[in-house]
Design a protein around this ligand. Structure first.
Ligand code: GLN
Ligand code: ZN
Length: 764
């Protein structure tokens, strides 16, 4: 007879059910509230989160999963790893310094002689959460410099809850950081483990019985030196606090070749993400019986209700392990919204298929109760009714949509002629000068425009009035571009506030929550749409605006769409069919829009894919498959048009090198990319690969209000012209302009057009 199964949680959303943390933090930044008030909000949010988890029935509740900005930044501060430029004196790190590291900036006492650049921010594995990248130099020396995990442990204990403190592990911390040239991050490991040892000792002293150490890098392709480093590091951690029980948590993917390593480390429990990895049998063969196994059966990365029959079978199979078992979410619940309680508008069907953080915790508890023989059979029954209704629902499954996706043929994803032929025809029809100028789509969204949209959404503004406001805006944007002398115009995207929401709201198969916020970085939260069913497009989505804009000008008007992979990446997606199927359905829906735009006389159409690279799987071995279906989805969207219709795409991230072949495989006639911040260095990928199609390397950084001079942009263009055929080059900013003001935008674009003219003269 096996022991009772316990439950634990790896982390709870910290933003609060009403984004209280966002409001409090922003009020602090704006000087409207003091540090004391913000600290107080933090305490209240933590207490509420602990209580909710206790009410849900979780045995081991996490602490130190809270953060005012980011848990990796918290860890850097705890370890005394503050970059020099912030002028830290080695004393306690207060909120002001903390936020300065996160957001950049200056305070009189920092002695940095200027504004210290913020810590770099990057994506946490394949999530949309962003952390502050730790920085390592040869001088880096770790020293316990804070008390956060101890304070929070004590805080919970005072409420009668003996939490399980959570720490990101030393190997993952080092791996996620960036080292100055010539420094091997692993050379810092010994000193780092000393501080971890001190922290574990301290937690044991406070009365902690369990601690969770996260090493998600065990789900990555690791160099041998990194794999080897685990053993010694964990032997030392083990010795540092012999009485403290350690759960080693892995998540976001299968451990594969690292599984044996993980199973053999001297810890008390190993957590596996069973939503993403089917490695249960393998681990059962490897894990010694004295070690506990934590089963991440409830998906912490998605919003769907768990299938109890499937999870129960996994847990029962795991019972042959003989040792202690835990049931848990697959990873921290940071990546899902807080609770379904605040979603009355979703409709009974959809609500019944969903589970947010609070519902997921109850699922974990119910599963454990079932296996422990304490459960209420009605719970399983209700669960299965919901699961079955999802399988059969006509809201989700639409035979015509499925049939169309099945019937896609290879040719559907291929343009009629090769680029060289298309290019000739496009040149004839469009009649553009050398170095044609364009922008990426959006123009500044004024406060008036935003408030009109808000009023229209609340039905305070009629459709007719709202549309008239949009038309006036479009007319003004067209006039300004003509005055500036831009060659390929855009309508300005005044009708959109979000690249994905605008399309999702007009497509079948998408749902929108009222409160489904998820932290993206710092105080910034996003509310991803939920793709719950087969996707189709009942009616044109953008044609009206593009057509109107085209009617106002002789110059080509570029139609603007968000691409299928970006829509997929920035939504919660179905878990009842592969991502590639959903991507294909979105692609077909967008293909209809592309063809309608073309039929309405739009000869240039841009399909944005800023998230193509984000979708890359964590393991290299899985890249080709993803890139194959992702590029096919893009081509399927684009390829129905005539040779004369020019397809553009746009991407704005920093690393093109390792996916350049796939970017070429999109076969867009023109690509615009972000390059100005790297001083055109990113173009290297396109020259090394001999990219043949046309390309617009961004000549000014739209993330900054600074207006670049004509000379600067000419300099960047000359650099690009030195490595790429001049007849391939376009002139455009780095990205859309919606976050900028009009004044600076007009000045910058005037200089940009002048830069293009100068290059044309040089060429002539
Ligand atoms: N067309 C979009 C815009 O200009 C592109 C935004 C993006 O790349 N993130 O706003
Ligand atoms: Zn962009």
């Amino acid at each position: 007879m096996s022991e009772r199964i316990l439950t634990h949680n790896l982390g709870y959303p910290r933003i609060g059910p009403n984004r209280e943390l966002k409001r409090a933090t922003e009020a602090f930044w704006a000087g409207r509230r003091g540090a004391g008030a913000l600290e107080q909000t933090g305490r209240e949010l933590r207490a509420a989160a602990w209580r909710r988890q206790r009410e849900a029935g979780i045995d081991l509740i996490p602490s130190n999963d809270f953060s005012f900005y980011d848990q990796i930044l918290d860890l850097s501060c705890l370890l005394g790893n503050v970059p020099r430029r912030f002028g830290w004196d080695g004393g306690p790190i207060g909120l002001n310094l903390y936020f300065r590291i996160a957001r950049g900036g200056h305070s009189g006492d920092c002695g940095c002689g200027g504004i210290a650049a913020a810590g770099e921010m990057t994506k946490w594995f394949d999530t949309n959460y962003h952390y502050i990248v730790p920085e390592f130099t040869k001088e880096t020396c770790f020293r316990l410099s804070g008390t956060k995990p101890f304070d929070e442990f004590r805080e919970a204990l005072a409420l009668g809850i003996r939490t399980k403190p959570v720490l990101v592990g030393p190997l993952t911390y080092l791996h996620l950081g960036k080292a100055e040239d010539g420094l091997d991050r692993l050379s810092l490991l010994d000193g780092l483990v000393d501080v971890y040892a001190e922290i574990l000792g301290g937690l044991a002293h406070e009365g902690a019985e369990w601690v969770q150490i996260d090493e998600p890098i065990l789900g990555l392709d690791l160099a041998p030196a990194w794999r080897t480093a685990f053993d010694a590091a964990y032997a030392r951690l083990r010795a540092a606090a012999p009485g403290l029980r350690i759960i080693l948590a892995t998540y976001f993917g299968a451990l594969h070749e690292n599984l044996e390593l993980a199973a053999g480390l001297p810890v008390d429990a190993l957590h596996l993400d069973l939503a993403r990895a089917s490695e249960l049998d393998a681990v059962l063969g490897l894990l010694p019986a004295e070690k506990a196994l934590s089963l991440g059966v409830v998906d912490g990365r998605n919003v769907w209700r768990n299938d109890f029959v499937v999870s129960r079978a996994l847990i029962e199979r795991a019972q042959q392990h003989g040792g202690r078992l835990f049931a848990a979410p697959s990873c921290s619940l940071l990546h899902v919204p807080v609770s379904l309680e605040r979603e009355p508008g979703l409709g009974a069907n959809l609500r019944g298929w969903l589970a947010f953080a609070d519902e997921k915790l109850r699922e974990v508890v119910t599963l454990a109760q079932m296996v422990n023989g304490e459960g209420d059979p009605v719970e399983v029954y209700k669960n299965q009714v919901a699961i079955q209704s999802r399988r059969a629902s006509g809201l989700i499954h639409r035979p015509l949509v499925k049939a169309r996706a099945v019937e896609v043929k290879r040719e559907d994803a291929e343009r009629g002629s090769p680029f060289s032929v298309r290019r000739r025809k496009q040149r004839e029809t469009l009649g553009l000068p050398a170095f044609p100028t364009t922008t990426i789509g959006s123009f500044p969204q004024t406060e008036e425009l935003r408030s009109s949209r808000a009023r229209w959404r609340k039905h305070e503004l009629s459709n007719a009035d709202y549309e008239r406001i949009l038309e006036e805006e479009i007319a003004a944007v067209v006039r300004r571009q003509e005055e500036l002398g831009i060659d390929v115009l855009v309508h300005g995207e005044a009708e959109r506030n979000d690249m994905v929401e605008y399309f999702g709201e007009q497509l079948e198969g998408f749902a929108f929550t009222a409160n489904g916020w998820v932290q993206s970085y710092g105080s910034r939260c996003v509310k991803p749409p939920v793709i719950f069913g087969d996707v189709s497009r009942p009616a044109p989505m953008t044609v009206r605006w593009s057509q109107y804009a085209q009617s106002l000008t002789e110059r080509p008007m570029k139609g603007m769409l968000t691409g299928p992979i970006t829509v997929l990446q920035w939504s919660f997606v179905r878990d009842d069919q592969p991502r590639r199927e959903t991507a294909r359905q979105i692609a077909l829906a967008l293909r209809d829009e592309v063809l309608d735009l073309e039929a309405a006389g739009i000869g240039v159409i841009q399909i944005d894919e800023p998230a193509l690279r984000e979708g890359l799987p964590l393991r290299r071995a899985d890249w080709p498959e993803y890139l194959d279906w992702a590029t096919e989805a893009f081509r399927l969207t684009a390829a129905g048009v005539r040779d004369e219709t020019q397809i553009h795409t746009h991407m704005c991230y920093c690393e093109f090198n390792d996916i350049i072949a796939s970017i070429a495989a999109l076969d867009a006639d023109v690509i615009s990319i972000e390059t100005s911040r790297s001083n055109m260095e990113l173009l290297g990928a396109f020259t090394d690969f001999a990219y043949l199609n046309e390309i617009g390397p961004g000549v000014y950084d739209i993330h900054s209000p600074r207006v670049p001079t004509t000379d600067e942009m000419v300099g960047l263009l000359r650099k690009a012209a030195a490595v790429l055929p001049t007849e391939n080059l376009w002139v455009n900013p780095d990205c859309g302009l919606k976050t900028r003001g009009w004044q600076e935008t007009l000045e910058a674009l005037r200089n940009m057009v002048e830069a293009a003219r100068r290059l044309r003269r040089e060429l002539a």
